[in-house]
Write a protein of this length. Structure first.
Length: 169
């Protein structure tokens, strides 16, 4: 794919597995991840390479986004879901996440999807702002869906799970 702001966007390959695992571990933030502490796992045990777009600079992946069919139901075949987004710490706030979102939209549309969805926690203010800047709108809120250590002094607090969506074409 094209070179954007000093990095190249492409689909992942099996050769990217170790680096994608590093990026996933490095972007795992307990206060915005309902799954709890990071559990090491092989990246491609849960994702296929053709579901993962990679932002690459100097042959090194610096970010990724997972975009896959939201479900296997025929009535849901028009919906793609973003199920992961990670950017290397030294590449953050440089447009990589936005470029990954844009590439995900293009890839979803090219594959015939007309709708792109994702879930984000209400305490992840930076992600909510990013998605809003890229045209995602809130379509649903599961109030108090998770309890995370985000209160004063790390106190467990109820956190909403927010469904965001966008039309792609």
């Amino acid at each position: 794919m094209a070179d954007l702001q000093g990095f190249v966007m492409r689909f992942s390959t099996e050769r990217d597995a170790r680096r994608l695992e590093e990026l996933q571990r490095g972007s795992w933030i307990p206060t915005v991840t309902p799954a709890g502490p990071y559990q090491p796992r092989r990246f491609f045990d849960h994702h296929r390479p053709d579901e993962v777009l990679v932002a690459e600079r100097d042959v090194l992946p610096i970010g990724y986004i997972v975009v896959r069919r939201a479900s296997q139901m025929a009535s849901h075949a028009h919906v793609a879901a973003i199920e992961g987004l990670g950017v290397a710490a030294d590449a953050r706030r440089r447009g990589v996440a936005g470029a990954l979102l844009h590439a995900a939209e293009r890839a979803a549309a090219a594959r015939g999807f007309t709708r792109l969805t994702l879930h984000v926690l209400s305490c992840n203010v930076a992600a909510l702002a990013l998605y809003a800047r890229h045209g995602f709108e809130t379509e649903g809120v599961l109030r108090g869906e998770f309890r995370l250590p985000v209160g004063p002094g790390g106190a467990m607090t109820s956190v909403d799970d927010i469904l965001l969506a966008k039309r792609v074409a």
